[in-house]
Design a protein. Structure first.
Length: 1041
C-alpha cells in the first residue's frame, strides 16, 4: 500500500479468486491522474492513486466503456482504502452493462484497506460495453475513499476472433431473416478530429441548390435556396470528415472525405441522392476541382502516403516530394476498388491543401499546406563548444541559459539568425552549418489542356501556411490566403531585455500571384506593432485565419472568410493587387455563427453563403453596400458540449488577442501543427523546479531539477492525443501537478497555458478560470487519425516482427529497451509514452518528457542535420527545415537513432525507423476505410476482398475493438442506413425493414442498379453514424418520417 495509508486501522480483504491463463482486459494505475476514468465531485490524484473526498453531492469515478467481447470468467482486481466513514456513509463499487443501470458489486461501511478480487456475473461477459464505477457517499472532507489500481482479468472464450474470416459476399445463402440478430451496438464517445474545412460549400448553376459538408456528422446537407433562408431537403451519408465539395455539373457532386482517404461521387439527379461510387486515394485528401476540356479531369489533393496508394512512398528516402494531386477522368473514373487515376502528379513540397482553376479550366493551381518559410534549426553542438548566439545569455535573475540550438532563415543569399535588435547585435551568417537547401516551392501550376495534365511551373515566397486559393476570372491573377510565421524572432513575454514575438508571431495575408511572381499583402497593415497593446480601432478592423475566397464574375471583388475574426470581408481586387487597400469595417460583416470557413457567391441575387464552423451553420449575407447577414441556419451537430463550447478559444483572435489578429491556431493549425520550431523562451521569467515523475528505468544521477525559462527552439506540438499522455510541452513544464479535485493531470496541465494569452497573444489579461476549463475540455477531445502506414488488418511483416523484437527486448542505450521509455500498448492506452520524464543524454542539457509516436509519419522530409560535426554532408533540396526531437534538428528517425547514446546496427536503425512511422494510434488503421459495391463491381476480387476486410476488422474485439461497420443504401425510394452487430447482422434505420445478413443487404440495395457504401467507423460510433444520428432511440428514418 502507499505510504499515506499507514494510519488506517482495519484491513478489509475479500477472498481472492484466480483465473487460469488470465488475460488483462483493462488496467488503470492512476499514474496520470484519473487516466481513463471520468471523475465528478471531490476527486484528486495523490501519488499514483485516486482519492475521493466526502462532502459533495456526488463523488465518483467511472471507467470509459470496456469491451468484454470474447472473454469469460471476468475478475475485477483492485487496491482500495477507506477512512473516517461514519454510520450511514459508504464506499461502493458498481457495474453497468451496455449502458444499463449500475449494480453494486461491493459496499464498504468501515475504515479499512486491502486488495480485492471480485468475480463478475456472467451477464458482464461478451458485451460491447461495461463500465466500473467507484462512489463515495459521505458528509465531509474527513471521509475518504482511495483507489490504487484497477485491473480486469478474464479468460478468452475463443469467440472474439472466430469471425475474422467472414462470409464471402458471393458465397452461401444467408440464414433466414428470423435468425439474424437485430441487437444494436452500444453507443460510445464521440471522436473529435477537428478536420479543417477547405471547400465546404457548393452552389448549383441557377443558385437553387446549396450543398454543404456536415463534417462532424459525416454527411452532405442539400438545401433549397430559392427562398430567403436555406431549407434542408435531404442529408446524404458519405465518408468520415468531409471537408470539400465540388459539382461536376448540376447532376453530380464530388465529396472529399478527409479521414476516409476517399472521394464520394453522388448522383444528385435522383431523389434521394445516391453515392454511386467511392474513389480511394492517398492519405488525408483535402480538395477537389474540375478542369480541362469540358471539365473532363477531376483533381484531388492528398499526402504522398496511405494504404490505398499504388506506389512506394519512399518515406525513408531524402529528396522526395510529399505532395500529390490525383487526376481522374471525371466521366469515367474506373471500376476498380480505388478507381483508376489517369495520373498522379507528385510535387516537391509537404502535403497539399487547396486547388484552384482559371476561367477556362486550362490551368490548375495546387498549394502546399505547411510549406514553411525557409527556416531551419542548428543543433546545439554542445560537444563542439556550442553556438555563439546573440544575447541575452541569461534570464533577468542572472541565471545562465542552457546550451540549445538556434533557428536560422535563408534570406536569398545566406542563412542568418535574427541577431539581437535590442542590444544592437547584427544577424550572423551560418552557411557553414546548414546541410540542406529549402527551395520553398509553394504553389504549383498544372497545364490541363493536353492529353494528360502536367506540372509546368512553381512559385516560391507565397507564405508559411497556405490555406485557400482563388483565380480572377478576368485577368488570371491567383490569390492565396495564408499566414506568415515570424519564428526566426526569439522569445515570448514582455520583451523587457530581449526581442519578443508577443502579439506579432504570425501575419494574415493574401498573396497575389501574376506571371510567376508572388506579392504578399498583409491584411492587417493598419496595426502598429510597436505599441505594447492593440487599440480597439485596430482590433475592429483586423482579420485572422484567412480561409476560402470567392471572386465576383466581373473580377472586381474578392470575398474572404476570416475564421479567426468571425467575419466575411470584401476587397477591391485592383487595390489588393496594388496593395493600396485600407482595412475598414465598412467592407466587413460579422457573422452570428462564428468561425467562418467557406464562401460561395450567388451574384445574380447579390448573396453570399458562408459556412460557420463554431455552430456548424450557414449564414446568408447580402453583398449590397453595406454587407449584412440576412439569415442563419444551423445543421445538426453530434459533437459533445465540451467541443462546441471550447472551440472558440482555439480560433477566436478577436476575443483571445490584444490586436484581433492572432490566436492559438496561428501555430496549432486546426488543432495540429505548423511544422516549425519556435524559440518561445522568456528571459523575464524565473527558473522553476521540475517536479515531474521520471521513468522508472532512468537513474537519479544526472536528472535536471529545474526548468530554465530560456528553453531554446522547440517544434510546435500537436494538441491531438493529449488525453492520458501526462505533462505537456516538450519538457513537461506544464506539469499539471496542482490538479484540483475532479480534474485530470492533463486538464490542469493545459490550463497552465493560460499565461500564453498574455505572453504570446498579448491579451491584456488571461482567460477566466471557467473559460480556460472550457478550452481544456475541448482540447483534450482532439484525436489523432489512424496511422496511414500500418497495414489495414494490423498484420506485421517478418521485418516488422523483427523490429518489434528489437524494440521490446534489446537494451540499446545501456538503460532499457525502446519500449521501456516509449511504451507501445494500445490496449492500455500507450502510444509511445507513459507520460514520464527521461534524461536526454550527454549531448543535451535539458531533460524532456518522453514523447508519443502517433505522428512520426507527419514529420518526414528534412533528412539533414545542421551541425559542424563531421560526417554530415549537405543533402541538397529538401521539403522541410524541421524534423524530429524537441528542436526538430534530427532530419530523420534513423538520424536520431544514430546518436552516440544508442548501440544499434544500421539495419536495426532502419527497422526501428519503419516501426516508428507505422506506430499505432488511438484508432486502428481500418477506421474510415470505405468501399462502394455496385452491380458492376460486386463480383470483382478487389472489391470483395475489401468488403471482407471491413467485416473482419469490425468483428475483432481483442486486444481492443478495431471499428464498427455501417452501410448506406437507397431501398424502395428511401435512404436507409445500417449498422452491423457482433453477430454479423445489419440493423436498418428503417424499422419497416428486417435486420439482414450481408448478402441479403446487398441483394436489396443493388436492385435496380443501386449501390451500397460500407464504412468502418470508430468503435462505439456505429449506431450513431449508421442509424441514429442523435442517439435518441428513434432511428433516422423514424425521425424524418
Amino acid at each position: 500500500m502507499k505510504p499515506w495509508r499507514a494510519g488506517l486501522l482495519v484491513l478489509l480483504l475479500l477472498p481472492a479468486m484466480t483465473t487460469l491463463s488470465a488475460e488483462i482486459v483493462f488496467e488503470e494505475n492512476f499514474a496520470r491522474g484519473a487516466g481513463s476514468f471520468q471523475s465528478e465531485g471531490r476527486v484528486i490524484g495523490v501519488m499514483g492513486e485516486i482519492l475521493m473526498l466526502g462532502g459533495a453531492e456526488q463523488t465518483a469515478i467511472t471507467s470509459s466503456p470496456i469491451s468484454t467481447r470474447g472473454y469469460q470468467n471476468l475478475v475485477l482486481k483492485l487496491d482500495h482504502a477507506t477512512s473516517g466513514l461514519d454510520e450511514g456513509e459508504l464506499a461502493e463499487v458498481a457495474l453497468s452493462v451496455n449502458n444499463g443501470p449500475y449494480t453494486r458489486l461491493e459496499t464498504v461501511t468501515a475504515t479499512g484497506s486491502g486488495s480485492v478480487d471480485i468475480a463478475l456475473d456472467t451477464t458482464a461477459e461478451n458485451k460491447d460495453s461495461i463500465r466500473v464505477r467507484f462512489r463515495l457517499e459521505a458528509s465531509s472532507l474527513m471521509e475518504r475513499y482511495a483507489i490504487g489500481s484497477v485491473v480486469l482479468e478474464a479468460d478468452e472464450n475463443g469467440d472474439s476472433n472466430e469471425a475474422t474470416d467472414p462470409t464471402n459476399p458471393t458465397g452461401p445463402t444467408d440464414p433466414p431473416a428470423s435468425d439474424v440478430s437485430d441487437e444494436i451496438p452500444a453507443a460510445g464517445d464521440f471522436v473529435t478530429f477537428e478536420s479543417g474545412h477547405v471547400r465546404p460549400l457548393a452552389l448549383n448553376s441557377d443558385g437553387s441548390r446549396l450543398f454543404a459538408v456536415n463534417t462532424p456528422d459525416n454527411r452532405i446537407e442539400i438545401f433549397d435556396t430559392s427562398g430567403s433562408s436555406p431549407q434542408l431537403i435531404e442529408s446524404v451519408r458519405v465518408g468520415l470528415e468531409p471537408v470539400a465539395v465540388a459539382l461536376r455539373d448540376d447532376a453530380e457532386l464530388w465529396v472529399v472525405n478527409h479521414l476516409s482517404d476517399s472521394v464520394s461521387i453522388i448522383d444528385i439527379s435522383v431523389t434521394p441522392a445516391l453515392v454511386k461510387q467511392t474513389l480511394l486515394v492517398g492519405d488525408e485528401p483535402r480538395d477537389v476541382v474540375f478542369g480541362g476540356a469540358n471539365d473532363q479531369w477531376a483533381f484531388i489533393t492528398a499526402a504522398h502516403r496511405g494504404q490505398n496508394v499504388p506506389f512506394d512512398p519512399q518515406l525513408t528516402t531524402a529528396g522526395v516530394g510529399r505532395a500529390d494531386v490525383w487526376v481522374f477522368n471525371a466521366l469515367s473514373p474506373g471500376n476498380t476498388l480505388t478507381g483508376t487515376p489517369a495520373t498522379i502528379l507528385n510535387m516537391f513540397g509537404d502535403t497539399l491543401r487547396a486547388l484552384a482553376r482559371n476561367a477556362d479550366g486550362t490551368r490548375l493551381y495546387a498549394a502546399v499546406f505547411n510549406s514553411g518559410n525557409r527556416t531551419t534549426v542548428l543543433t546545439d553542438d554542445r560537444g563542439q563548444g556550442g553556438i555563439d548566439k546573440a544575447p541575452p545569455y541569461e534570464n533577468a535573475a542572472g541565471e545562465e541559459q542552457p546550451e540549445t540550438g538556434l533557428i536560422v532563415q535563408y534570406n536569398g543569399r545566406n542563412w542568418v539568425d535574427n541577431g539581437d535588435p535590442v542590444s544592437g547585435v547584427a544577424p550572423k551568417i551560418w552557411d557553414d552549418r546548414v546541410n540542406l537547401t529549402l527551395p520553398d516551392y509553394d504553389v504549383f501550376e498544372i497545364d490541363a489542356s493536353g492529353s494528360i495534365p502536367r506540372v509546368i511551373n512553381r512559385v516560391s515566397g507565397v507564405g508559411t501556411t497556405l490555406f485557400n486559393m482563388a483565380v480572377n476570372p478576368q485577368n488570371g491573377q491567383v490569390y492565396v490566403s495564408n499566414q506568415e510565421a515570424r519564428n526566426v524572432v526569439r522569445f515570448e513575454g514582455p520583451g523587457n531585455n530581449a526581442t519578443t514575438v508577443n502579439g506579432h508571431f504570425v501575419e494574415s495575408r493574401i498573396t497575389v500571384l501574376q506571371n510567376g511572381v508572388a506579392r504578399p499583402r498583409h491584411l492587417n497593415k493598419h496595426i502598429d506593432y510597436s505599441r505594447d497593446l492593440g487599440t480597439s480601432s485596430e482590433k475592429s478592423r483586423a482579420l485572422a485565419i484567412p480561409l476560402e475566397m470567392a471572386i465576383s464574375p466581373d473580377g472586381g471583388k474578392l470575398y474572404l472568410a476570416a475564421m479567426g475574426s468571425g467575419k466575411l470581408a470584401r476587397f477591391d481586387t485592383n487595390a489588393l493587387a496594388a496593395d493600396s487597400f485600407t482595412p475598414s469595417e465598412d467592407n466587413q460583416v460579422t457573422l452570428s455563427g462564428g468561425g467562418p470557413t467557406g464562401v460561395v457567391l450567388d451574384s445574380a441575387r447579390n448573396r453570399a453563403y458562408v459556412a460557420t464552423r463554431f455552430d456548424n451553420g450557414i449564414s446568408v449575407v447580402s453583398t449590397a453596400n453595406p454587407m449584412t447577414e440576412t439569415a442563419h441556419i444551423r445543421m445538426f451537430n453530434p459533437e459533445p458540449a465540451a467541443v462546441k463550447n471550447g472551440r472558440r478559444f482555439m480560433y477566436d483572435a478577436n476575443y483571445t488577442s490584444s490586436r484581433g489578429d492572432s490566436s492559438c491556431a496561428g501555430c496549432h493549425v486546426f488543432g495540429d501543427m505548423d511544422h516549425l520550431s519556435w524559440d518561445l523562451g522568456n528571459p523575464d521569467e524565473e527558473v522553476v523546479a521540475n517536479r515531474n515523475v521520471y521513468n522508472t528505468n532512468i537513474p537519479r544521477i544526472g536528472r535536471n531539477d529545474n526548468f530554465h525559462p530560456m528553453k531554446g527552439p522547440m517544434t510546435t506540438q500537436s494538441l491531438r492525443g493529449m488525453k492520458g499522455a501526462g505533462p505537456l510541452h516538450w519538457r513537461g513544464d506544464r506539469s499539471g501537478s496542482n490538479a484540483s479535485r475532479g480534474e485530470t493531470l492533463e486538464e490542469q496541465a493545459f490550463e497552465e497555458f493560460n499565461v500564453s494569452f498574455v505572453d504570446l497573444l498579448n491579451r491584456q489579461e488571461p482567460l477566466t478560470e471557467q473559460e480556460m476549463d472550457l478550452f481544456a475540455r475541448y482540447a483534450l477531445q482532439l484525436t489523432y487519425p489512424p496511422n496511414p502506414i500500418a497495414n489495414l488488418d494490423n498484420s506485421l511483416s517478418n521485418r516488422m516482427r523483427n523490429a518489434y523484437d528489437v524494440y521490446n527486448n534489446d537494451v540499446n542505450d545501456t538503460l532499457t529497451t525502446c519500449n521501456g521509455c516509449h511504451a507501445i500498448d494500445p490496449a492500455r492506452g500507450r502510444f509511445g509514452t507513459d507520460g514520464t520524464m527521461a534524461i536526454e543524454g550527454g549531448g543535451v542539457e535539458e531533460d524532456m518528457k518522453i514523447p508519443h509516436l502517433q505522428n512520426m509519419y507527419q514529420k518526414v522530409g528534412m533528412f539533414a542535420r545542421n551541425t559542424q560535426v563531421r560526417g554530415f554532408s549537405n543533402l541538397g533540396d529538401q521539403i522541410r527545415g524541421f524534423g524530429y526531437d524537441n528542436s526538430g534538428s534530427a532530419g530523420s528517425i534513423s538520424n536520431f537513432l544514430g546518436e552516440d547514446v544508442f548501440d544499434l546496427t544500421m539495419q536495426e536503425r532502419a527497422m526501428l525507423e519503419e516501426l516508428s512511422l507505422s506506430a499505432p494510434a488511438k484508432l486502428n488503421p481500418v477506421v474510415g476505410q470505405q468501399v462502394t459495391v455496385t452491380p458492376a463491381n460486386r463480383s470483382r476480387t478487389d472489391v470483395r476482398n475489401r468488403l471482407e476486410l471491413l467485416v473482419a476488422r469490425a468483428l475483432v474485439t481483442s486486444p481492443r475493438p478495431e471499428c464498427e461497420l455501417v452501410a448506406a443504401t437507397v431501398i424502395d425510394g428511401h435512404a436507409v442506413g445500417w449498422v452491423m452487430n457482433r453477430e454479423q447482422g445489419f440493423v436498418p434505420s428503417d424499422r419497416n425493414l428486417d435486420a439482414a445478413a450481408l448478402n441479403t443487404l446487398l441483394d436489396r440495395a443493388l436492385k435496380a442498379s443501386r449501390s451500397a457504401t460500407f464504412t468502418c467507423v470508430p468503435p462505439g460510433n456505429g449506431t450513431r453514424i449508421g442509424i441514429d444520428r442523435d442517439l435518441d432511440g428513434e432511428t433516422d428514418f423514424s425521425d424524418s418520417n
